[in-house]
Every structure is written in structure tokens, then in C-alpha cells.
Design a protein around this ligand. Structure first.
Ligand SMILES: Cc1cc2nc3c(=O)[nH]c(=O)nc-3n(C[C@H](O)[C@H](O)[C@H](O)COP(=O)(O)OP(=O)(O)OC[C@H]3O[C@@H](n4cnc5c(N)ncnc54)[C@H](O)[C@@H]3O)c2cc1C
Length: 378
């Protein structure tokens, strides 16, 4: 499945993660964000546009390449996946549904690390149920533009984004998901504001906030794709997005396993390293097997994306499995660290808190099971 270019990319991503992210991960967690300039540095290496075509500043690579970089970054710090968002949730809507002008204006600067994008679908009353969207963006004939009103919550990069793709009802006569359209909204526009930066359980370096819209004027050329096709856009982006989140889960699980192996070789109790105790060794064997199952699911899904095959069920399986596995592996890895694992001095504490998110965002584990069973039973 992998070629020489994939091996070279893994080496590069690993080096970047070890050199640029690992040494500052604990500090970034405490400071609620990475230092300014890290995203630009990642972009210089080409990580901002792994899957984005060359004409928009990217490397024109495949989804396996993206999964590799996400896995390597998340092995050291799960929040680092936010440095790669221009490849997935932030960039993909422009890439697949944007006009040439929109791609040049919004996608390219994001890939080059000059601007930050966001993907704003979730609302206080519309989480798993996007059909309950209450944000409206209605055409105003007199003013010759759309008028956006509403509130989005839990938006990754919300506190620092320069623009966002916002999903809103543009036709109130249509029920549920049918009247939803996608709009590109710039943070500097009148009526745009942000909520406070959320204080989360984990992944503090990946910042999150509400986005609030109060009579924001959205010009016609900022409609993304066709009117009332917003839900279709969101769902097709989420298939690839879920493979990326699954790669995060894989990276977290693999990183936790590495930490547990290293610690178990060093820690001596009862006169020998704890890895010599069969219960610890068997835990490591279970963890490694689960990580490998997840790896196979993730890269098979990425390969299907690369071959333009239908990936909805495989992506849901990979996301579901990775979300659950990174949590169970993080739990066992922390257990192997004993009391030290509960202290912030050890990275397993930060990794365990981060793992909890993977089974929740971009569709909870339960929603993945709905997708999988729906495909099995249709
Ligand atoms: C840190 C963070 C970052 C995020 N980033 C973004 C972002 O950038 N952009 C964005 O748009 N969103 C983002 N989200 C939102 C995220 O995708 C939602 O939180 C998620 O989809 C779940 O929605 P909810 O929180 O409203 O939970 P709910 O939908 O209220 O779910 C609550 C519980 O009910 C269960 N449930 C709901 N419906 C069903 C069903 N039909 N069958 C079985 N069980 C069900 C769920 O599985 C869950 O266990 C982010 C969330 C977090 C926490």
C-alpha cells in the first residue's frame, strides 16, 4: 500500500514532531495554544497542503500521506492535528466546492500558513442532529446580499480564525437538512464576534470557541457550492474528515503504547523492570494488537479515498474503532505508569485527556454505529 515517498514523508513528519512539537507540547497545553509561528513553520514543510493541489500552494499528495503526518504528529501531541486542518475540515470545502476565485482567495493563503480557517456546523441545539440548525442566512433583495444570524459552538480554531465556512438555513420553507447552505464568512466583517476560548478537558493547544453572527452581510459570491446543498457538502467533507480523526486516534494510541513500553522497561519494582511482570507484558501485547487493527482500518480507508471508492462505511468504522481504541490504550498506558501517570509531569496524563475527544467530535461513536448499521441494513 505504501511507496517510497510515503516512507520519506513519515520520516520528515516524525522529525518535525520530535523536534518542533514534542519539546513545547506541555507548555502549549498550559498556555492554551501553540506559539505564534508554529503553523507557518509547519506550512513551510508543506504540511499545510499535503492533499491540496500544487496550484493552491499544496503538495498534491494523497490521503495516505495525510494520515501518515497526522499519525506522527499525534504520537507526540494530539492537539497538533489542528496545525493540519487546512488539509481537512478547513480546506476541503473550498477545494471540492469552491470556485476558482474562492480557492485563490481563501484556500491558498491557508495552505501557505498565512491565514487560518474553520468549519462551523455545530450549534447549541444542533450537534449530532444537523437538521436542527437554527442559524439563518437569508437573501435580502433590497441590500443585495445574504444576512447571517445565529450562533455556532465548539468551533476548532474559532478564537483565531480569519474566516470560516458556516452552515446556515437559507430557505425556511424547507424542512430539516434540506434548506441548509454553506457560506464563507470573514472574521473582520461587521456583526461577527467570538465567544470566550473554551476551557476544555484536553487538547488545550487546539483552541475552541463559539462564533456569533449578528446581521452579518454575506455577499453573493461567498455562497459556497449550490444553494441548499450545504448538508451534502458537510457530509461529503466529513467522510474524509473522519479518516483524519481516525488517524489522530491511531497516533494517540501508538504514542501511548510507546510511552508505556519505555516506562515499563525503566520502572523497577520487586527487583526487576515491571515489563518482566506478565500482566504488564500482556497488557502491552493487547495494546499493540489493538493499535495494529486500527492502523489497518485507517490506512485501508485512506487508500479507498485515494482510489475514489465509496468510503462512508469504512471511514465510520475507522473513526469508531480509533476513538474507542485510543481511549482503552491510553487507560492501560496510564495504569502501567502507576501514580506517576496521574501527574502532569508525565506526557501520558496529557495524552489520556486528549484521547477522550476522539470518540466525540466529527460524529460520536454512536453516530458512527448508526452509519455502519445503516449501511449494513439498507
Ligand atoms: C473540542 C471540540 C471541537 C469541536 N470542533 C468542531 C468544529 O470545528 N466544527 C464543528 O462544526 N463542530 C465541532 N465540534 C462539535 C462536535 O462535532 C459535536 O460535539 C459532536 O458532533 C456531538 O454533538 P453534541 O456535542 O451536541 O452532542 P449530542 O448530539 O447532544 O449527543 C449527546 C449524546 O447523545 C448521543 N446521540 C445523539 N444522537 C444520537 C442518535 N441518533 N443515536 C444514538 N445516540 C445519539 C451522542 O452519541 C452522545 O453520546 C467540536 C466539539 C468539541 C468537543
Amino acid at each position: 500500500m505504501f511507496e517510497k515517498k510515503h516512507e520519506m514523508l513519515r520520516k520528515l513528519a516524525k522529525e518535525f514532531a520530535e523536534k518542533e512539537i514534542k519539546p513545547i507540547a506541555d507548555e502549549a497545553e498550559k498556555n492554551n495554544g501553540y506559539p505564534e509561528g508554529l503553523m507557518q513553520k509547519a506550512a513551510k514543510y508543506g504540511f499545510g497542503g499535503i492533499t491540496i493541489p500544487v496550484e493552491y500552494g499544496g503538495a498534491g499528495g494523497d490521503y495516505k500521506s495525510l494520515a501518515i503526518v497526522v499519525e506522527e504528529f499525534c504520537k507526540v501531541d494530539a492537539a497538533a492535528s489542528s496545525l493540519l486542518m487546512s488539509n481537512s475540515l478547513s480546506g476541503a470545502p473550498y477545494l471540492y466546492f469552491g470556485t476558482e476565485e474562492q480557492k485563490q482567495k481563501y484556500l491558498k493563503p491557508m495552505v501557505l500558513g498565512e491565514k487560518i480557517g474553520a468549519f462551523a456546523l455545530t450549534e447549541p441545539g444542533a450537534g449530532s442532529d444537523s437538521g436542527a440548525t437554527q442559524t439563518t442566512c437569508l437573501w435580502d433583495e433590497e441590500q443585495g446580499c445574504y444576512i447571517l444570524n445565529g450562533r455556532k459552538c465548539f468551533i476548532t480554531m474559532g478564537p483565531i480564525c480569519d474566516h470560516a465556512v458556516v452552515f446556515a438555513k437559507s430557505d425556511l420553507n424547507e424542512k430539516g437538512t434540506r434548506g441548509i447552505s454553506a457560506f464563507i464568512v470573514e472574521a473582520g466583517w461587521e456583526g461577527f464576534s467570538r465567544g470566550k476560548t473554551e476551557e476544555k478537558m484536553g487538547m488545550h493547544a487546539s483552541v475552541t470557541s463559539d462564533l456569533i453572527f449578528n446581521n452579518v452581510k454575506v455577499p453573493k459570491e461567498n455562497l459556497l457550492g449550490e444553494e441548499k446543498k450545504g448538508f451534502k457538502i458537510a457530509m461529503s467533507i466529513l467522510d474524509a474528515g473522519r479518516v483524519t480523526v481516525a488517524s489522530q486516534g491511531l497516533g494517540i494510541a501508538a504514542g501511548c503504547l510507546d510511552l508505556a513500553i519505555a516506562y515499563s522497561k525503566e520502572r523497577v519494582q520487586f527487583g526487576r523492570p515491571i515489563c518482566k511482570l506478565q500482566d504488564v507484558a500482556f497488557k502491552l501485547a493487547d495494546m499493540a494488537t489493538e493499535v495494529e487493527c486500527t492502523r489497518q482500518l485507517v490506512y485501508t480507508a485512506a487508500d479507498k479515498l485515494d482510489k475514489h471508492e465509496k468510503v462512508t462505511m469504512q471511514a465510520a468504522m475507522a473513526k469508531y474503532k480509533a476513538g474507542e481504541v485510543c481511549n482503552s490504550v491510553a487507560y492501560k498506558a496510564l495504569q502501567i505508569h502507576g501514580g506517576y501517570g496521574y501527574m502532569q509531569d508525565y506526557p501520558i496524563e496529557r495524552m489520556s485527556r486528549a484521547a477522550r475527544l476522539v470518540s466525540i467530535y466529527e460524529g460520536t461513536s454512536e453516530i458512527q454505529k448508526l452509519v455502519i448499521s445503516g449501511n449494513l441494513l439498507k
